[in-house]
Ligand binder design. Sequence first.
Ligand SMILES: *Cc1c(COP(=O)(O)O)cnc(C)c1O
Length: 410
Amino acid sequence: MSSLDDARALDAADPLAGMRERFLLPEGIIYLDGNSLGALPKATIAAQKDVVERQWGTDLIRSWNDNGWIGAPQRIGAKIATLIGAEPHEVIVTDSVSVNLFKLIIAATRLNADRSQILTEPGNFPTDLYTADGAAGLLANHIVHTEQAGDLVDALGPDTALMLLTHVHYKSGARHDMQLLTEEAHEAGALALWDLSHSVGAIPIDLGGCEVDLAVGCGYKYLNGGPGAPAFLYVREDLQDQLRSPLSGWMGHEAPFEFRDDYVPAPGISRFLCGTPPILNMLALESGVDLFADIDMDAVVAKSAALFDLFETRIEERCGDHGLELITPRDAAHRGSHISYRHPNGWPIMQALIERRVIGDFRAPDILRFGLTPLYTSFADIWQAVEILGEILDSGIWRDTRFAEKTAVT
Ligand SMILES: *Cc1c(COP(=O)(O)O)cnc(C)c1O
């Protein structure tokens, strides 16, 4: 039986323990939802004050040049590149994941125009499925074909234009073998597009090593970019000039400030910009991404695995007889950085936990999901969160009707 002191000893030996101080976390809250909305870095507060008061307020429009606003999408993209095994000029920050998916799905299927199938899996993140459907509807003769994870390789064929997968599953936390599946896609003559939303900033990613063609990822989860932070988009260097964004906005033009009538895409990754970047949000994302400059990703990965192991062991010890079913793979190489359990009363149990100031989330129909964010989750947090979950399950307090009420966002 482990004790809170054992967890505290792990915190004392944690090389990342000092990072927690760099976030504004409310006293008494155990935050296990950083995989859905990352916590607020303290540096973001000062940086946002500067961008609003000085840059916008005083420097006004000159800021586009003088404060580097115009180069923010490329500059922040280059910083994210270091986290995903990409070259600096292969990544750009722009739009949302959904919009970036749309741009890349259309661009890729047009490049592979003699093939008509977009291959993905059922249960992929909804926006990936919806966007693929929407894109296919605009193309002539394209269909979205879904296949269970284990059957994807067999489903790749001479008609597959694009394989669209999410690296780490948002519910189960299961991780695909990016290297193998990308190789298989290429073998079949298809392009591979990976959604990194639940992996970037938490687990190792090597887009270059895996020869990935295209990728997108989220800024407001492990990158701590703030609510609705812009997303990023990756295109392998040699593909960039072959692809055309269907959203041919002026910021992706080769010379936006010549105001010409005809669209000519910018060379390189900048052609995937569309409209004017939201500078306040972009710079909030930059503050979040900058926290990674000082840390060793191997330490992040190792701590994620250790937090998971403690959570799982503690659940077995403390809540073993309450019917929680682990759905996340136990092997660290096959998962992301959250842990999920199925329980028929998942919703009210999570609401009771949140009332006790342990914030995780619920994913329909029956999943309790807990994000493990190595920069600010402590081992003591995990120990105490499971203790509180055990008390809630032992007492049955979650049966109270006040926990049954649904909210708009889960
Ligand atoms: C969070 C998430 C998104 C978010 O998409 P937005 O368009 O930026 O809201 C997309 N895909 C996956 C897999 C996600 O987890």
